[in-house]
Design a protein. Structure first.
Length: 263
């Protein structure tokens, strides 16, 4: 399947039984998932979303509304719904993934699993204000969150990326869950034990948003644990892709921990 402006497929896997749609964090791009795509192929074909306003789409205006972005993602999936679909979203991408699943289920498309990473539940509103910071303060915030896990370019390059980052922060900070029925697919929430933005209580509330079962996975690291733990996420996606239908995680399953080396 060929890539599109919005949906990128780095490693086509025509014989895979499942696809994993990967949705990046604020300021992130599809290439963030290149290593994960390579590691999952050919068992699972990875699709990665390229939001407007970055990299080869940098001349397009970035979106500041998460609902509008979800609508675009769903429209972009029209040609990719012929196999089981897993949705994986990190940070902003987790909330976006939830909204994508809601929209797909409303039109009768069943999603196999939603994996949310490094993100509070939709019913826990995000703190506002980061998107209104002056440029230097916003760059400092980005560097603090990235820590040692996610290398960032120099400040000059970050200045070029700031319009997209600011738009993404606006989208996630102004997002408000509007209620409605929970989704039907199971949800797995994964987060770093030292994430400064996410607490266990915030993560546990994802259980309120699904009737398909819920579990949590706690891993070493902070907000961008994923940058150094591709194998951990690969193992999780593989497990979800091969779970027999009906063997969804149950709401009472306790949080589990994956230590380095377990994969």
């Amino acid at each position: 399947m060929a890539s599109t402006d919005l949906i990128r497929c780095f490693h086509p896997a025509d014989r895979s039984a499942a696809r994993a749609l990967c949705l990046p964090h604020a300021g992130g791009s599809a290439s963030f998932f290149f290593a994960l795509s390579r590691s999952l192929s050919p068992e699972v074909e990875v699709l990665a979303a390229q939001y407007p306003g970055r990299q080869d789409r940098r001349h397009e205006a970035p979106l500041t509304d998460l609902g509008s972005l979800a609508d675009q993602v769903v429209s972009g999936l029209d040609d990719f719904l012929d196999r089981d679909l897993i949705v994986f979203g990190h940070s902003l991408g987790a909330t976006l993934g939830f909204e994508v699943v809601r929209r797909l289920e409303r039109v009768g498309v069943a999603v196999r699993h939603l994996i949310v990473s490094g993100r509070r539940a939709p019913s826990c509103p995000a703190d506002g204000g980061l998107h209104t910071l002056l440029d230097d303060a916003l760059i400092a915030e980005m560097r603090a969150l990235a820590g040692d896990e996610l290398p960032l370019p120099d400040d000059e390059m970050l200045q070029i990326a700031l319009p997209a980052v600011r738009a993404d922060y606006c989208a996630v900070e102004t997002y408000r869950y509007d209620g409605g029925p929970p989704i039907g697919c199971p949800v797995t929430a994964i987060y770093g034990e030292n994430d400064p933005r996410v607490t266990p209580a915030m993560v546990s509330r994802w259980a309120e948003h699904t009737v398909g079962g819920f579990r949590t996975v706690v891993v070493p690291g902070a907000h961008f644990y994923l940058a150094g733990q591709v194998d951990t996420v690969r193992s999780l996606v593989r497990a979800v892709a091969t779970e027999p239908a009906g063997d969804s995680p149950r709401a009472e399953v306790p949080a589990i921990r994956i230590d380095e080396g377990d994969t």
